[in-house]
Design a binder for this molecule. Structure first.
Ligand code: ZN
Length: 338
C-alpha cells in the first residue's frame, strides 16, 4: 500500500531507518518480538514513539510508567507483540436481501460502499432484474469494530473513527470534527509530546478539522473524508497562543514549525503538508542556517521550486497561511485506502 505512488516512495526512502529496523517485527506472531530501546540524551517519549511507530500511551502502558517521562539510560519496551494485531482484516461478508424498490445504487448507498463494488461482489447478478428475496453479497469494512480509512481522502470514508483528544501541546477545537484513524492520532500525539519536551513554554497547537466519525464529505473541504487529513495552527514567534491566525515571515516561528514537520516526515507516514510558500521560504532559510544542505531539503520543501510545482512533501496550497494541513499515508490496516 505504501508504494502506491512515486511520491510516497520518495517519502519512504528518506524516512528514518526506524521503520526498516523494526520491519522484521511486523507481522510476526512470536511474542518474544518485543523491541527494547535504551533512552539516549535528547530523547523524549514523543520522539521515541515517532521513531518506532508506537503511541505514547502504548509505551507508557507497556512499561507501566506513571508519567510519560523517560531519562537517558532507561531501557524501555518501544514495540510490543501486541502491535502484531494490526494487520488488514478481511472485511466481514454481509448478505443483503433484496426488498421492493432496491437497486444496486440504493444498496450501495445504504451500506456505504460503491456501486462498482456491489457489481464486483455480485458478478452473476443482473442489476436490472433484481428480485425480492434475492441475496446480494457485500464486504463491509469495520464490521469487526476496527478503524479503517477507506478510499480517497477526497472521496472516502472512515469506519469506526476515533476521537482526537486534547493532549499536552495540542488542543482540539471541535471534537465532533476531529475523528481520525488510530495512526493519525498516534502520530499527532507523539509530535505534540516531543515539541512540549523540547520547548516546555510552547503554546498548545490548535487542532481544527480532521474528519467526522464516519468520514465522508466535510464542508467546506474537499478532502478530510477518510481520517487522514488534519488542519492545525502554526507556532507563532514568542510562544504567543494564536490559534488559526494568518502568519507572516515576521511572526512565523521557523524553528518549532520546521521541527514539527521534519519529525513527522521522518516517520515515512506523511503524504503532504500544505504550507504557504512564503512561510516555506522562511523555513528553508532556517534549515540552511542549522546545517541542512539545499540538496537535502529538496525532497522535503517545495521552495525554491515554483509554488505551482509538484516538488517536495511540504507544498504550497492557497489558504494555508493561517494553518497547515497534513495528510498521512494509508496505514497497514486500511483496506482499499488510496
Ligand atoms: Zn485541511
Amino acid at each position: 500500500m505504501i508504494f502506491k505512488t512515486i511520491l510516497i516512495c520518495v517519502v519512504f526512502s528518506i524516512s528514518a531507518n526506524a521503520w526498516a529496523e523494526t520491519s522484521t517485527v511486523e507481522g510476526s506472531t512470536d511474542p518474544a518480538n518485543t523491541v527494547y530501546y535504551t533512552v539516549k540524551p535528547g530523547d523524549n517519549i514523543g520522539s521515541i514513539a515517532l521513531k518506532f511507530g508506537s503511541g505514547v500511551g502504548e509505551i507508557t502502558s507497556w512499561n507501566k510508567m506513571e508519567s510519560p517521562e523517560v531519562k537517558p539510560g532507561d531501557k524501555i519496551v518501544v514495540k510490543s507483540s501486541e502491535k502484531v494485531e494490526e494487520k488488514p482484516k478481511k472485511a466481514l461478508p454481509v448478505v443483503h436481501i433484496v426488498k421492493r424498490g432496491d437497486t444496486f445504487e440504493s444498496i450501495a448507498k445504504r451500506h456505504r460502499v460503491t456501486i462498482k463494488q456491489v457489481q464486483k461482489w455480485n458478478r452473476r447478478v443482473n442489476p436490472r432484474r433484481l428480485q425480492i428475496g434475492q441475496q446480494i453479497r457485500l464486504h463491509i469494512p469495520g464490521r469487526g469494530g476496527e478503524t479503517v480509512s477507506w478510499g480517497l481522502a477526497n472521496k472516502g470514508r472512515l469506519y469506526n473513527g476515533v476521537a482526537m483528544e486534547s493532549v499536552p501541546g495540542m488542543r482540539v477545537r471541535n471534537v465532533a470534527r476531529a475523528y481520525g484513524t488510530k495512526d493519525t492520532l498516534r502520530l499527532l500525539e507523539a509530535a505534540a509530546y516531543d515539541v512540549k519536551a523540547r520547548w516546555p513554554d510552547a503554546p498548545d497547537l490548535e487542532i481544527g478539522d480532521i474528519s467526522f466519525k464516519s468520514g465522508g464529505r466535510m464542508r467546506p473541504h474537499k478532502s478530510h473524508q477518510s481520517g487522514r487529513d488534519v488542519d492545525l495552527s502554526y507556532y507563532h514567534r514568542g510562544n504567543v497562543p494564536v490559534g488559526f491566525r494568518a502568519m507572516t515571515i515576521e511572526t512565523f516561528d521557523a524553528a518549532k514549525n520546521w521541527h514539527m514537520f521534519k519529525m513527522l516526515i521522518d516517520t515515512g507516514r506523511v503524504e503532504y503538508i500544505f504550507v504557504d510558500y512564503q512561510l516555506q521560504k522562511k523555513m528553508h532559510e532556517y534549515a540552511l542556517s542549522i546545517g541542512y544542505t539545499a540538496e537535502a531539503l529538496e525532497p522535503i520543501l517545495q521552495y525554491p521550486a515554483p509554488a505551482s510545482s509538484s516538488k517536495g512533501i511540504i507544498r504550497h496550497s492557497r489558504g494555508h497561511d493561517d494553518h497547515w494541513h497534513i495528510r498521512f499515508t494509508c496505514g497497514k490496516v486500511d483496506r482499499n485506502c488510496r
